[in-house]
Design a protein around this ligand. Structure first.
Ligand code: SF4
Length: 98
């Protein structure tokens, strides 16, 4: 997903029936480049926006489910999401072998 796709996702128009999580995102109207910093650039500002976001969990789960490789989602960087995926995989293996 690139920055344009991200904007479209987060700023998606309302579907008549629902309160899609994107519509409640704290980052609506925030510069999307903040969430896709150059390698080595600070993620602090993006994470500060995420910290107060009521749909942080939904956002993170979306990114994990879609294997989003880039950007800050749910307040986590790519590296932090990889760690979550690894921990979940280990937990699944542990439960399967129990
Ligand atoms: S958690 Fe962060 S990136 Fe996700 S919707 Fe909220 S503010 Fe946007």
């Amino acid at each position: 997903m690139n920055v344009t796709d991200f904007i479209q996702l987060v700023q998606a128009e309302s579907d008549e029936s629902s309160q899609r999580w994107q519509e409640r995102a704290n980052c609506l109207g925030v510069d999307p480049d903040l969430f896709f910093p150059e390698r080595g650039a600070s993620t602090r500002e993006a994470k500060a926006v995420c910290r107060g976001c009521e749909v942080r969990v939904e956002c993170l789960e979306y990114a994990l489910a879609h294997s989003e490789k880039f950007g800050i989602w749910g307040g986590l960087s790519e590296r932090e999401r990889r760690r979550v995926r690894r921990q979940r995989a280990l937990e699944r293996r542990r439960l399967a072998s129990a």
